[in-house]
Design a protein around this ligand. Structure first.
Ligand code: ATP
Ligand code: MG
Length: 937
């Protein structure tokens, strides 16, 4: 039986037993902070199991995309483990229980109409105290007792070992179904979990029966397919073997089941499938959490390729094969193969660039450990390997384990500091507890009225105070009370709780005895949580309050939110349909919009995006929303984000005829309410993701005014037209840079002309011209916009000062080479100049020496001196022909420098020295002359 057929049969079977067929939840459930990846089919129903949500159905069946990081090390080694796999499941929320769950599982597995597995191949396990389950298997199904094992709580309880070790909360025994292979070995294909207890404290008598019992089952789809297809491992089934084969081709090694390379190809198959699904959901390889897991999986697969001799990115070539194998259930994969492959390729080449050096370093580490007799890999070393070569510690650990070395995780963690780097589900709680959770159970739901109203009468249902973990419900709160983090839950509310990137509302809850000031609103599940503090008086649970949203703030947020939809549309028109939303943040007249694009946008593209958006705003198109079924929305061509979990029905927001998006946010009524959108910046946030920051409404208008003011100020300082400030500022900055270089003694160009202020009084320009010029100017001076005019003023002043300085210096230095030459004495057929140059610096004196040597027709020796700030600077040079005669400027300068209390030296042709006794300079200069005489004698 083909895998696609098995999946379909399972879902059809349970539909025929009255189950609602629900789509797979996303692989990376950002809505659930307790897990990084969906670990099992039941994850999307956690709130259903706890009775925290209104139930539209009490039986459900799914095929769920799962990823288990805990199984990474099993991949490739065992026949039956993946990281990414699909779990088939049927669920009962207080509806049917053990009898039906067991009977249906048996019917589906053995009935000729369904899987038709030979019953003699099946054995089961039950929890040792679960007589009820034992009886059902034995008496109702007729399974001989020899084929029913009773196991301990570590094997057959969910969560494992919960009775003795916790955690408290919902739990129950389970019953596993095993298939016996031809070789007599067994494989677990299905696990039926009977959640029937609430654990309260430690044993004994700590398992209280739940009033409503649940069923949660999970069948490994690949495992069952491998059994049905009678193949040796999960990797040999029809939807996986083609990937193994493609990997074998891309890597250029044959696939042999029992070889090292066989294991590598299976691991590559698993990891590329996991990464394809995750990247498809916009979880790109990165430093933390789910992104880190993907980075690690990808790099692990690259290492496998490397060990088979590959040195170039290869993994990305398998993306289309994965999409092809999975497309019958996940057709959306085929729409993103290019993007996914591109992201993968980039990460691959990053790792290939450092992997050789990384492995070499690992080799050295092992050698050192060997010779010093150490057996534990140093954590610090591992941290440095990760930071320098990008070798994930888990990979290092695995390589070390192959050599029987242990790994110092504590040391690694200490070295990395408190990072979120180390991933895995460890330490996360499956079910949250606390006052918000109990309110959820009690209320289930808090109606949001804010699409239509900004004011409503509501009942105070809960008041919570205290930091997380120590927070609790109180019956009243007074303004005189000192509290941490006060939160109010109402039965219904016009306040928008932060979600979908849109920030929460602010406002007031006005009761008859007191007023609560709402500074932020958040959502938790279906509850709306109002954060803030008592402004006056007292509020009690059960009070009626008038909930009043701050309308100005809300309006500004609405403008910004509608603007993100318009920007999204303009971006796709300008750079292409791949420019999809990757995230956003919507605040009062301020927004941030992330989208996929490999390159930065050009100035031209950015201008087009902005002007297109502003045209749409001027059109004054109506903005409407309605609730439609997901299918209708899809047909209408509404923009949907992969990896987003959408309710059904969904809220579809449309703007004019040009934009339809699924969105839960609040919006303007017409586009012209936005006034203008002004893009402030475009930058990179992550590989392949760009970010636009923009303003709307009042803030955009004020921003424009301010840019005009600053540009005008800059222009009047420069005395040029506004259109010219960019160019003029750049000229100024380059000029000053040259002047500074000269003043520091390096460079030997002539002193450049002063960039003088023009005498134009600037008049206003078109805004787009002003903005471009001003942007150029700020880039040139490299300071924040507000500081640009100040900086231009300062540079103008600086320019004049340095210029004056330089002119003084060159004026004082004896005017010309001819002048200098005319002061030369003749000494034994050579010319000699010894001179103090009061205003010259070292660089200038060196220049004089060069030019004098060049222009003198006879061999010449020159020594120049200068005193400044109680320091003497000496520099001496002689013609090349004198050097050839064995004379040396270094030797000449040494006694002179000693006289002024210093030292120095240099090469035969040029030497420099310093001293601390300016008063001795006349004596030193006389000595210089005498020395030259005696050197030639
Ligand atoms: P195992 O002990 O074999 O790892 P498990 O006890 O972790 O399995 P459950 O958590 O009960 O498995 O998950 C339900 C079913 O999902 C299992 O019966 C099995 O068929 C399948 N399954 C679990 N983990 C994996 C995996 N890593 N790869 C493929 N299938 C899996
Ligand atoms: Mg397991």
């Amino acid at each position: 039986m083909k895998t696609d057929e098995l999946r379909e049969k399972y879902l059809t079977f349970f539909q025929s037993k009255g189950h609602h067929r629900q789509a797979s939840d996303v692989l990376v459930p950002t809505w659930d902070p307790s897990v990084l990846f969906t670990p099992a089919g039941m994850n999307q129903f956690k709130d259903h199991f706890l009775g925290k949500v209104k139930l539209d159905f009490t039986r459900a069946t799914t095929c769920q995309k799962c990823l288990r990081t805990g199984d990474i090390d099993n991949v490739g080694r065992t026949a039956y483990h993946h990281t990414f796999f699909e779990m088939l499941g049927n669920f009962s929320f207080g509806d049917y229980f053990k009898n039906e769950a067991v009977a249906w599982a048996w019917e589906f597995l053995t009935d000729k109409k369904w899987l038709a597995i030979d019953p003699a191949r099946l054995t089961v396990t039950v929890y040792k105290d679960d007589d009820e389950a034992f009886k059902i298997w034995n008496e109702k199904i007729g399974l001989p007792t020899a084929r029913i094992s009773r196991l301990e709580e570590d094997e057959n309880f969910w969560p494992a070992s919960a009775p003795s070790q916790g955690p408290d909360g919902v739990c129950g025994p389970c019953s596993e179904i095993y298939y016996t292979l031809d070789n007599g070995k067994t494989v677990e294909i299905w696990n039926l979990v009977f959640t029937q207890f609430n654990r309260v404290g430690n044993p004994p008598d700590n398992l209280r029966p739940l009033p409503s019992k649940n069923i949660d089952t999970g069948m490994g789809m690949e495992r069952t397919a491998s059994v049905l297809q009678n193949v040796p491992t999960n990797y040999h089934i029809d939807i996986l073997m083609p990937i193994v084969q493609a990997a074998s081709e891309v890597c250029g090694v044959p696939y042999l089941y029992e070889s090292d390379n066989g294991r590598r190809l299976r691991r590559i198959t698993d990891h590329v499938r996991a990464c394809t699904f995750a990247i498809h959901e916009n979880v790109y390889p990165g430093p933390k959490k789910a992104r880190y897991v993907i980075k690690r999986l990808l790099r692990r697969a690259v290492l496998d390729g490397h060990q088979m001799g590959l040195r170039e990115p290869f993994l990305h070539q398998l993306v289309p094969v994965v999409a092809d194998m999975m497309k019958s259930v996940y057709p959306e994969l085929t729409q993103t193969t290019e993007r996914v492959a591109q992201v993968m390729r980039r990460e691959e080449s990053d790792f290939f660039a450092t992997i050789d050096s990384g492995l070499e370093r690992i080799g050295r580490v092992f050698n050192e450990m060997n010779s010093s007799g150490k057996v534990m890999v140093d954590g610090q070393e591992a941290a440095s390997l990760y930071q320098t070569y990008g070798v994930p510690p888990e990979m290092f650990q695995q390589i070390a384990a192959e050599k029987n070395y242990t790994f110092d995780w504590d040391g690694y963690r200490a070295a990395m500091g408190k990072h979120g780097e180390i991933s895995g589900g460890g330490g996360m709680e499956l079910f949250e507890t606390g006052p918000i959770e109990s309110l959820k159970e009690a209320l289930q739901h808090c109606e949001f009225l804010g699409y239509v109203n900004t004011k409503a009468d509501s009942l105070v249902k809960g008041i919570i105070i205290g930091k997380p973990k120590s927070d609790h419900l109180v019956s009243s709160i007074k303004s005189t009370q000192e509290t941490d983090l006060t939160r109010i839950v109402l039965d219904r509310s016009p306040f928008y709780g932060e979600s979908g990137g849109q920030l929460g509302d602010t406002g007031l809850l006005v009761g008859s005895n007191g007023t609560f000031n709402v500074t932020d609103t958040q959502r938790s599940g279906d509850l709306i949580i109002h954060y803030g503090s008592m402004a006056s008086g007292e509020l009690k649970e059960g009070d009626m309050v008038s909930a009043q949203v701050n309308e100005l703030h809300r309006d500004a947020i609405r403008r910004a939110h509608s603007a993100t939809h318009i920007l999204h549309h303009s971006l796709q028109k300008t750079v292409g349909s791949h420019a999809q939303q990757q995230g956003s943040k919507v605040d009062a007249d301020w927004l941030r919009f992330d989208f996929s694009n490999q390159e930065p946008l050009t100035e031209e593209q950015l201008k087009t995006v902005e002007s297109l958006s502003n045209e749409r705003i001027k059109d004054a198109d109506p903005i409407d929303w309605k609730l439609v079924s997901l299918a209708t929305a899809r047909e209408a061509g509404a923009m949907m984000l992969f990896g987003e979990k959408y309710p059904d029905p969904v809220r579809m927001v449309s703007i004019g005829e040009f934009s339809k998006e699924l969105c839960g946010g609040t919006h303007a009524n017409r586009t012209d309410e936005i006034e203008i959108v002004e893009i402030l910046a475009e930058e990179s946030v992550a590989s392949g993701i760009r970010r636009i920051t923009a303003l709307t409404g009042k803030k955009a208008v004020e921003h424009r005014k301010r840019v005009e003011q600053l540009a005008t100020q800059s222009a009047s300082l420069l005395g040029c037209s506004i259109a010219n400030i960019g160019e003029k500022t750049m000229e100024l900055v380059t000029g000053v840079r040259k002047l500074k270089k000269l003043a520091s003694g390096s460079g030997n160009e002539a002193i450049p002309e002063l960039i003088v202020r023009g005498n134009l009084t600037p008049s206003s320009e078109k805004y787009s011209v002003t903005r471009t010029a001003f942007k150029q100017a700020s880039r040139a001076v490299n300071v924040a916009a507000e500081e640009v005019p100040g900086r231009i003023g300062a540079i103008l002043l600086e320019q004049t000062q340095i210029h004056q300085q330089l002119q003084q210096l060159s004026a004082g230095g004896g005017t010309s080479v001819e002048d200098l030459l005319s002061q030369a004495e003749t000494v034994s057929g050579t010319r000699m100049i010894v001179l103090e140059m009061p205003n010259a610096n070292l660089g200038m004196m060196r220049k004089w020496i060069d030019q004098v040597r060049k222009q003198s027709t006879e061999p010449i020796a020159i020594l120049l001196a200068n005193c400044a700030d109680d320091k003497v600077t000496l520099i001496a040079g002689i013609s090349p022909s004198l050097v050839e005669r064995g004379l040396s400027a270094g030797k000449w300068i040494t006694p002179v420098a000693e006289t002024v209390g210093g030292g120095g030296g240099g090469k035969p042709d040029l030497a420099q020295a310093g001293g601390k006794l300016p008063a001795k300079l006349p004596e030193a200069l006389q000595l210089a002359k005498d020395t030259w005489h005696s050197m030639l004698a």
